[in-house]
Design a protein around this ligand. Sequence first.
Ligand code: C5P
Length: 427
Amino acid sequence: MPLNIVVGITGGIAAYKAVSVVRSLVLAGHDVHVVPTESALRFVGRPTLEAISRNPVHVDLFEGVAEVRHVAIGQAADLIVIAPATANSIAKLATGLADDLLGNTLLASEAPVVVAPAMHTEMWRHPATQANIATLRERGVTVVGPAVGQLTGSDSGPGRLEEPEVIVRAALEVAARHGLDVGAPEARAAASASDLDGVRIVVTAGGTREPLDPVRFLGNRSSGKQGVAIAEAAAARGAEVTLIAANLEVDAPGGCRVERVSTALELRAAVLAAAEQADAVVMAAAVADFRPADVSDAKIKKVDGQERMSIDLVRNPDILAELGASEHDGTLLVGFAAETESDPERLLELGRAKRRAKGADLLVVNRVGWSHGFTADDNTVTVIDAHDRVAAEAAGAKTSVARVILDLIAERLAPGTGPTTKDTPTA
Ligand code: C5P
């Protein structure tokens, strides 16, 4: 049964790319109804949308009143995709405004909603837009992108519409997760809905905390968002996921077995136990390299006149390196390298050296700093493979980056049977 998919197009220059989204969904066998806003029609013509969607395209709230069109389109929808979603349309959706056909369609629908934002970086970063996006996410809306890259003018940054195939794949994944039949096996494969079926994946996420005394710890700024996005996407693609969660700032996703840990030693124990049964271990957590040598049972007090204090630290075991050096036959190891190096070539070299030192099969390199990397919703990564080649580059929402990393994992694992095409590390 084809799905009834509504594609809402709002008024940004990226609207021309929505034509590809519509076409892919039609070619995947679905019944696609396009609802553009008036502004969207300034960028793409209605005849184009009617020809590509193979359905009439309505935009006016006061047409088709007898057939109660303002609610009928939304009521009939199995899935709603808004691409591109402008800052204005995101604000309207977050507030529940219904002053046009698309707004009415959205309010009259109980279907899952996928939103692909596209706008200039300043508009994307504006607190109002970020608050609206957070509202939508809380409400269960899936946000795809935006990607980071060249924008319409000479500027570049986060705000670029995700590529149409990424949007389509994410939309069909959402539909599959809601129990909807996303169509022919080819379409399902395109959606990657189950390409990790039965694969056992251990994902670490968050940052460890090393206690000094009952009230203090040494920690780091990792929020756990990237690891959680990987765990969530892996579960959606059919994997059996164990999420080893170290002090997450975000909710753990459903569909995963969650083990909560706090220190590096606790994380190590949990990972080593879970890794025995795993086809892949993804070490996204930021693990402390050192821990206080002594942990005080009582709160450490300052002494009158004391101007300095020193903390004696001891080395924590390197869990990834330990796994890399062990007989981990058949377990794909994915490490992360968060570096502050700003030169892209040097960053890559650091990543290559780290992959070799740790014996990882894939190493995801990202740049971190005061304002980007750890706590942000977006990430920019380069993935290095076991031959020290760049296997993929990805930029955009951490959910989109997760998808790229999982594609690389899926390529290296045979569904349900564990890895068969695992790369042999060069060192
Ligand atoms: O050496 P560095 O901390 O940059 O390496 C990062 C990678 O190694 C991450 O995948 C992290 O989870 C892992 N790691 C580890 N044990 C440590 C430190 C880092 O497994 N003690």
